[in-house]
Design a protein around this ligand. Structure first.
Ligand code: ADQ
Length: 489
């Protein structure tokens, strides 16, 4: 691309996700305070050096008035962010409803709660309509800002309808779509009333990516069985048009975690934690408080371990940090009280006047405190019932260069496919098996810990988020758009 002054500008990458990577707080009628959240995708995009990234998404706040909208748009522009404004009703039906109450549980193989089944069946159509409407609103904003030569990268289950909307606007637009959750077996996907429409829309993209080969295979099977299309090793073919389907396993910005361990504020935290838990082995769980993370199963397994190993009761502590999410959803409120009840019981049974075996915090930790916790941990417990990848397991490994602790990892997390040889893989539903793995991990000889850690550390530091984003975007850029193919023929 040549600018008027003769300098070459970078190709633009439009990253479209439900949420922008900012939190926006209104300060006055026309002023906003913005804070960029540095995690995940933001750092991943640092790897896409040959592109200039812009974000398009919802800012997570309801802005009913035009003055507020204009001011927020202007403030976001400085952060290279472009807002999609969604009103409360759309958010309720599209985000809380179709995305989080229907697609999220379905893609994680979790049925709806009994009392919700009938209600969801009744409200399904209106929620799906809102989903399509919201996706169309995202498409309108993308289309307004799109310039020839841009590459558009759509993210996640919130935006499955987006590729089709975009191609209807402009068949030459280069569109990629990546799913951060698992894609379930086609037998699960086919129960969804809107199964075909969603598949067809995703297939409108030029490149479709998943964390693992299994999810890609499930998607292809769904296209074959539900739409009657042909799956090939490259992707899915429909009347001569190939949509490339492939696995792009995400990673983390490992240097950021490794580098943080040297910072004085992290070192201070580490010293405090070591003092606080001196003489005890530290076990750690870090999760969003979501049913997919298997938190009740994890602490039940810990209870079983304490029950069967009285000699460990005052020598081990489990720190479970669970950041609340979707707190207005009754099912999540129920999960919180269920977890609190089990935690209370375990501490009642096995605590002493001076110490309890389980610390459960309903909160998030800042980056430095999190790194320090990862660093002092002897055994990390990731017991997701299903998880697209699970970045906590990677972050733990990155922070363990000194301790070489053990990772107990659910076989139902995507990460099991990359860290399987170094971690102890478990079925989180099998409390007896997880309890036995806790015992094995706590007693593991140093040479075995080192060998396992080395394997995981090599993987995490060579398969980074930057590499993931760069690979996806470069492959997307290399796909030949259907419209171009037609012109060439
Ligand atoms: P999540 O379900 O959010 O992501 P995960 O991959 O573990 O799950 O990422 C969570 C992130 O939030 C991590 O960076 C972690 O450090 C942070 N976090 C979690 N609990 C925290 C706490 N209590 N305090 C501070 N930070 C906390 C979705 C999919 C995953 C997939 C990712 C990326 O569900 O399967 O790996 O997207 O694609």
């Amino acid at each position: 691309r040549e600018k008027q002054d003769g300098r070459t500008s970078k190709q633009r990458l439009l990253v479209v996700a439900n949420r922008l990577p900012v939190s926006a707080v209104r300060q006055g009628e026309d002023s906003w305070q913005l804070e960029i959240s540095v995690g995940g995708l933001v750092s991943a995009l640092l790897g896409v050096k040959e592109f200039e990234a812009r974000w398009i998404g919802w800012a997570g706040v309801n802005v009913p008035d035009d003055v507020g909208k204009r001011a927020l748009t202007k403030a976001l522009a400085e952060k290279r962010c472009i807002p999609v404004f969604l009103d409360e009703e759309i958010v309720h039906q599209y985000y809380n409803g179709y995305c989080n109450n229907i697609l999220w549980p379905l893609f994680h193989y979790l049925g709806l709660p009994q009392e919700d089944r009938l209600a969801t069946t009744r409200s399904f159509q209106s929620q799906f309509d809102a989903y399509k409407k919201a996706n169309q609103m995202f498409a309108d904003v993308v289309n307004k800002h799109y310039e020839d030569g841009d590459v558009v990268w759509c993210h996640d289950y919130h935006l499955m309808f987006l590729p089709q909307c975009l191609k209807e606007y402009n068949s030459k637009m280069k569109v990629g779509w990546f799913l951060h959750t698992p894609f379930p077996s086609s037998e699960i996907h086919r129960t969804l009333p809107s199964r075909s429409e969603l598949l067809r829309s995703v297939l409108a993209a030029d490149l479709v990516g998943f964390h693992t080969y299994d999810y890609a295979r499930h998607f292809e099977s769904a296209c074959t069985r539900i739409l009657g299309l042909e799956g090939t090793p490259e992707g899915v073919e429909d009347q001569g048009k190939l949509t490339r389907v492939a696995a792009f396993p995400i990673g983390i910005d490992s240097d950021r975690f490794i580098g943080a361990l040297e910072l004085p504020q992290v070192q201070d935290h580490i010293r405090e934690l070591k003092q606080r838990f001196a003489g005890r082995k530290v076990m750690l769980g870090v999760d969003r408080l979501d049913m997919i993370k298997g938190i009740p199963q994890k602490i039940l397994a810990f209870e079983k371990f304490l029950e069967e190993n009285p000699n460990w009761r005052d020598k081990v502590v489990l720190l479970q940090i669970a950041v609340p999410t979707r707190t207005d959803v009754p099912e999540y409120q129920k999960l919180t009280s269920q977890v609190h009840e089990i935690v209370g019981r375990i501490n009642g049974r096995f605590g002493t006047l001076t110490a309890v075996p389980l610390h459960h915090l309903d909160r998030s930790l800042d980056f430095y405190a999190l790194c320090a916790l990862y660093a002092v941990t002897d055994v990390a417990l990731v017991t997701s019932l299903r998880d697209g990848m699970n970045l906590v397991s990677y972050e733990f490994v990155a922070c363990q260069a000194y301790k070489k602790g053990v990772l107990i990892l659910s076989e139902f997390a995507g990460a099991a496919q990359s860290l399987g040889a170094g971690a102890l893989l478990v079925n989180p539903w099998n409390v007896i098996e997880v309890a036995a793995s806790i015992g094995y991990a706590l007693n593991m000889p140093a040479n075995e810990r080192e060998k396992r850690h080395h394997h995981n550390f090599m993987y995490v530091t060579t398969h980074t988020s930057q590499e993931w984003a760069a690979t996806f975007v470069s492959e997307l850029n290399d796909t030949i758009v259907e419209a171009q193919l037609r012109t060439r023929q």
